[in-house]
Design a protein around this ligand. Structure first.
Ligand SMILES: [Zn+2]
Length: 132
């Protein structure tokens, strides 16, 4: 079970977190927790909410769905969640969940560098598994 406090972590008191972002996060976490209840695998949160200020410091645009409470990254070194999502695309579609193409999120040699990015924000392509 992933709580909102885990999702917002060090950003929990950020001025950037609006009511809308909290609502987005609640919706995302509810869908993700239901999804995880269907997969026999113990994952952990790799990255939750990220402020635009933080993204800017890292040289990123701040347009990420992580900044609006619409995306989460979960540890998935062996593609267990990813493989399940690919096999159950109709379920994800029905839930309004999207995930980054596994070729993008699983290219690292290191286990810690492989995750699944799940999002409630549809990508421009509208695809369930999308190239960011
Ligand atoms: Zn992500």
């Amino acid at each position: 079970m992933i709580q909102a406090s885990d999702y917002f972590r060090q950003f929990k008191d950020s001025q950037e977190i609006t009511e809308k972002i909290r609502k987005n996060a609640d919706k995302l976490l509810s869908k993700v927790c239901t999804l995880l209840s269907l997969i026999p695998y113990e994952t952990k949160l790799t990255s939750g909410f990220r402020s635009k200020k933080y993204e800017s410091k890292k040289g990123r645009s701040g347009n990420s769905a992580h900044c609006t409470g619409e995306a989460i990254d979960l540890y998935d070194p062996d593609k267990i969640i990813g493989t399940w999502c690919r096999a159950n695309e109709a379920y994800l579609k029905q839930e309004g969940l999207h995930f980054e193409h596994l070729s993008v999120t699983h290219k690292s040699e290191k286990r810690e560098g492989r995750w699944i990015h799940l999002s409630t924000r549809p990508p421009p392509s509208g695809k369930t598994e999308f190239i960011p």
